[in-house]
Design a protein around this ligand. Structure first.
Ligand code: FAD
Ligand code: NAP
Length: 535
């Protein structure tokens, strides 16, 4: 690395030190580039550093959700459970950072706040809140889709004399739950994982639910060590196989449409997936995501399970999702979530019927009553997809931000780059399979693509790369086409961009399948990075 008027000079700046950032630093260094990493948090881990709430764990199998680039790493690390806990994932990522000597490359506690493309130098000038200044040829954003939290803005929060925390930004110190009166606000994947664990310790737990979600049992347990040993024998082969899977995991794909089963077979097929646990409930029938009737079979089954578990009919009905199809928001995975509502110390509050009016000095005032609490846990989710990209202050030579042209939904080529932004790569972002697939693998795949692209540029003597406007238009159209028949397009949630004027919808991630996406990338690569223009 050298110094210049714009600060230190390096080949690449990588922003973020989660699954994506760690591998990007390692891989790009491997091809001979000088790399500087910036991470706003004090250490590595990304999502698994920030989301250390009780019950936090992965919702795809540990044997899928890990790095596959190094057979030695795979062999060295034996997971303990089917779904790794946040704590184990954080230890794993620390192990990776140490084992591959990645940590020394990263400036921690450094939040990137501006990245200006300087056309005369063909470099980004990157600065941080803490005063770092670095010029780089390539800027790789591994800033995560779920890394900018949605903060609570309930009136009166400043008056609250108790403690409040956020699942997405859980403090490093221990948060005492024992014998306290606790409120959890938000029942997405995070809230649903946290509630059963908090209920075990709290004196009283009040769960504030706005929209009920479908949740399937995770069926966590000890790791299938035999499976791990089998994979260990041929990690590259296993990796290649995962790349051929529609969601980048070993979850068995749906074989038949719902209509091809007899009623008895249909019930058995749903029950088998339910009993096996995990995200497979999304894949009982091949037409579950596009055919309302097929979807209803699975959704009805879950509602029946909720009613069978939660004996109090009023509470059971409140927990039953009725306004959206199953799988139209991310399917939650839980351990004893519905069972928790049979406990005497747990109360469910329907925020639609009983909205929160304000937080008071001693608790939560709803339209109906006051709840005295000592601790409030907000599980409100994220400014998904664009939050981190926007807050990094990226500007091209014309002073435009990458998302300026995304007013009617994201516009990318392969979800990796946008026209008009030379040498800016975004990892697992909009227009890629992203949150619809195994994101550990998705990160690895994207970083490899970027490394190959830069290698090609170095070999051919190119300085800049960006997609053609035509390639970006075609890809954006293809992303929309893939999603056009999905019933989930009708449901408002963080994966759907809704245009204010005509309420038209754009599905943000690529829903054509991880395997198909990988093929698109391979084809572009084989044709000398077709769709990209190099100077
Ligand atoms: P992240 O892990 O989000 O890391 C991004 C990092 O960038 C963060 O550390 C952040 O501090 C840093 N950063 C952001 N902006 C800046 C900036 N301007 N300057 C400096 N640093 C910055 N996916 C799955 O496939 N399976 C799962 O089971 C799963 N479980 C999840 C559970 C939770 C609680 C959450 C929130 C997400 C989960 N995800 C899951 C999705 C998750 O986002 C990915 O799996 C993966 O961890 C993302 O890795 P990443 O490196 O892309 O981003
Ligand atoms: P989320 O799914 O967006 O859920 C946020 C919750 O907060 C929703 O219940 C939402 O209600 C509620 N909420 C938001 N603002 C509110 C307000 N002002 N008033 C009342 N309620 C409000 O966020 P998340 O649970 O953090 O999960 C986000 C994503 O992270 C998941 O989809 C998944 O991809 C990932 N994740 C995975 C796991 C895992 O199991 N491994 C765990 C956690 C997260 P509405 O639904 O009504 O908006």
């Amino acid at each position: 690395m050298s110094s210049s008027a714009d600060g230190d000079d390096c080949d690449v700046v990588v922003v973020g030190a989660g699954f994506g950032g760690l591998y990007a630093i390692h891989r790009l260094r491997q091809i001979g580039l000088s790399v500087v990493g910036f991470e706003a948090a004090p250490s590595v881990g990304g999502v698994w550093w920030h989301n250390r709430y009780p019950g936090a764990r992965v919702d795809v199998d540990s044997l899928d959700y890990c790095y596959y680039f190094s057979p030695k790493l795979f062999a060295d690390w034996q997971w303990t459970e089917r779904y790794a806990s946040q704590d184990e994932l954080l230890r794993y990522l620390n192990h990776v950072a140490d084992d591959f000597g990645i940590r020394r490359q990263i400036r921690f506690g450094s939040r990137v706040t501006s990245a200006q493309w300087l056309p005369h130098r063909q470099r980004y000038h990157v600065t941080t809140e803490q005063g770092d200044s670095v010029a780089c040829r390539f800027l790789v954003m591994t800033t995560g889709n779920l890394s900018v939290r949605r903060s609570p803005d309930f009136p009166g929060l400043n008056d609250f004399t108790g403690e409040w925390v956020q699942t997405s930004h859980w403090p490093e110190h221990e948060v005492d739950l024992r014998d306290r009166r606790v409120a959890v606000i938000g029942t997405g994947s995070s809230g649903i994982q946290a509630v059963p664990v908090i209920a075990e310790e709290a004196r009283e737990l009040y769960v504030f639910q706005r929209t009920p979600n479908y949740s399937a049992p995770a069926r966590n347990g000890p790791l299938d060590v035999e499976a791990w040993r089998r994979i260990r024998k041929d990690v590259p082969g296993a990796r290649a196989e995962l790349m051929r899977r529609p969601v980048g995991t070993r979850v068995r794909r749906a074989e038949r449409r719902a209509g091809e089963y007899s009623p008895a077979e249909r019930s058995a097929a749903i029950e088998a997936r339910w009993n096996f646990g995990g995200q497979g409930l999304n894949l009982v029938f091949s037409d579950q995501g596009t055919n309302q009737t097929a979807n209803d079979y699975v959704a009805d089954f879950v509602r029946e399970r909720i009613r069978a578990t939660v004996k109090e009919p009023r509470v059971a009905e409140l927990l039953c999702p009725k306004d959206h199809p199953i799988g139209s928001r991310r399917l939650c995975l839980d351990t004893n979530y519905y069972e928790t509502y049979t406990r005497d110390n747990v109360t469910l509050i329907d925020m639609r019927a009983e909205p929160i009016e304000r937080i008071t000095s001693s608790g939560i005032q709803t339209a109906d009553r006051h709840y005295d609490v000592d601790l409030i846990v907000f599980a409100l989710g994220f400014h998904a997809f664009t939050g981190a990209l926007n807050s990094a202050g990226i500007r091209n030579a014309r002073g435009a931000a990458p998302t300026d042209r995304w007013q009617r939904g994201p516009r990318t080529y392969l979800g990796l780059m946008s026209a008009g932004f030379p040498n800016l790569f975004s990892v697992t972002g909009p227009g890629s399979p992203s949150v619809l697939a195994n994101m550990a693998l998705g990160n690895e795949h994207h970083v490899d693509f970027i490394a190959d692209c830069i290698t090609y540029m170095l070999e051919e003597g190119y300085s800049t790369v960006e997609p053609t406007r035509e390639a970006e238009d075609q890809w954006t159209e293809h992303v929309a086409d893939c999603a056009s028949s999905l019933i989930r397009l009708r449901v408002k949630n963080y994966m759907v961009h809704v245009n204010d004027d005509d309420q038209s919808r754009v599905f943000i991630p690529y829903s054509g399948g991880f395997d198909r996406y990988v093929r698109h990338c391979d084809e572009a690569k084989e044709r000398n990075f077709a769709g990209f223009q190099f100077i």
